[in-house]
Design a binder for this molecule. Sequence first.
Ligand code: AMP
Length: 215
Amino acid sequence: MNLIVLGAPGSGKGTQAAKLTKRFGIPAVSTGDIFRANIAKGTALGKEAKGYMDRGELVPDAIVIAIALDRIDEADCRAGFLLDGFPRTTEQADALGAHLAAAGRAIDKVLLMEVPTEELVRRITGRRVCGACGASYHVTDIPPAREGLCDVCGGALQRRDDDAEETVRNRIEVYNENTAPLAAYYEKKNLLARIGTETAGPDAVFAEIVKALGG
Ligand code: AMP
């Protein structure tokens, strides 16, 4: 099963990707996580990506495409994968499609997470992430048992550098301009499933996703 989770920042892509990984045993590939890991390690790739990320802009296609395609060629992605945050432009989607086709593979389903803009801003500005294990929280919606500390590993919770309100609004604009057109792109290929328009919490959204996948 080769899946794409498509949606604006704050639409719950990461949360649903984690649930899908658990249920179906396929790895989640997040280009954002790959960049953040490289920034933490101080690699050349991390240094190059950081400026774009801090401004809420897209990292150039050539860089992202090389990284994402290399990652889905790894052994653990052979039986299936879930892309979270890639593709984000038509160029990236074209490159992904061509790369998979050349290997006799294809995308099976694209899950579009639809959430109104003000709700996106509310969710992201309240988001907190564990610096140690990456578990995700929200100051009011999903508070940790002990303030500022991760329930899973006890690590310190942090706000992502690009989750400040001004950067968030720019990221949503960038999404609407560059990534939203991918809905029509995959709809034409009969791969799109729209998720979340009539549901509320993460579990209800996940149930809708499982239904869309025929499960
Ligand atoms: P995310 O964690 O998916 O919200 O990604 C965080 C940031 O990483 C984005 O705002 C971009 O700057 C960069 N990024 C991640 N994935 C991509 C992509 N597919 N294309 C371009 N930039 C990306």
